[in-house]
Design a protein around this ligand. Structure first.
Ligand code: ATP
Ligand code: TYD
Length: 243
């Protein structure tokens, strides 16, 4: 339990108010899959995902991408800017996998896409985060045209930065999910997390270093090994402080 008022508890994180403009995001040792139906305790996962998120946010900031990241000093908590979240999940895909293949089985698993696909999903547990069209976003006012262009451009830029960084370590970025939020000036920032839960990464042997391990029926131990391997490959020193 952290100091500050608990603002929100979700499946993967607890969010606390630090001050008017700042939140603390605490990553839980819980893993969920199948729309929250499969839930397990996963000791060590919180620290790993906090460390991975801090690594990726710092990388993005160093390449000029604006994110909500403020600080991380080890452990399971990230300090971030408080934003008004846009209830849209942006998925960028480089290779066909997951729900893309379920939606259209014409795609061969892990076939490289001609160019990256950017998908939008409306964030709603009740509706199971349905795929929506850019026109839906504009018609319903979820984002303005200008904002949608920014989100599209930034998501593709994030893809370039992450893909090229992972390639340096012999890893391939299959796909990932981003969330965006608006700051007090209406500026859109990349928010939430970028971790083993929200990306798919494979090594040269095609082994998943992400949540796919668990989605496919692997154990919590397998999941922790996958996330630890990803962190180690990226040179991240994870201090296993699980309190
Ligand atoms: P899902 O897993 O479907 O994203 P959840 O609500 O279970 O849903 P958690 O990751 O457990 O997700 O909770 C974190 C919550 O904090 C999310 O609702 C996310 O949109 C929100 N959030 C992330 N970054 C910020 C931020 N900078 N400011 C305000 N809210 C944020
Ligand atoms: P996707 O293939 O759409 O879904 P599924 O996991 O059901 O096969 O997932 C694409 C990427 O987005 C993948 O890296 C996992 C990530 N993602 C999330 O982080 N949160 C989500 O709620 C969903 C559906 C996907």
């Amino acid at each position: 339990m952290l100091g500050g008022q608990l603002l929100y508890e979700g499946k993967a994180k607890r969010v606390y108010v630090k001050d008017e403009n700042t939140l603390l995001m605490e990553f839980k040792d819980v893993v969920t899959a199948l729309d929250g139906v499969k839930v397990s305790q996963a000791p060590g996962k919180g620290v790993l995902n906090a460390a991975l998120s801090a690594f990726f946010f710092r990388l993005l900031e160093s390449r000029g991408v604006n994110t909500h990241f403020i600080g991380y000093d080890g452990g399971r908590v990230l300090t971030v800017r408080r934003l008004k979240m846009v209830p849209v999940e942006v998925i960028v895909r480089n290779y066909a996998y997951g729900s893309l293949i379920k939606r259209l089985p014409l795609y061969k698993p892990l076939s490289k896409l001609g160019k990256p696909i950017v998908e939008y999903h409306y964030k709603s547990d009740e509706l199971h985060d349905p795929l929506i069209l850019p026109e839906d976003i504009l018609n319903t006012g979820l984002m303005s045209g200008e904002e949608l262009n920014t989100v599209n451009e930034v998501s593709l830029r994030v893809n370039e930065v992450l893909s090229s960084e992972l390639v340096r370590y012999g890893l391939t970025l299959v796909d990932f999910k981003l969330e965006f939020g608006r700051d007090a000036n209406g500026r859109l920032l990349v928010a939430d997390e970028i971790s083993g839960d929200t990306i798919r990464v494979i090594d040269a042997e095609g082994r998943h270093l992400d949540k796919e391990v668990f989605r496919k029926g692997g154990s919590v131990e397998d999941l922790i090994i996958a996330y630890s391997t990803l962190a180690r490959r990226l040179g991240i020193n994870v201090g296993f402080r699980c309190t």
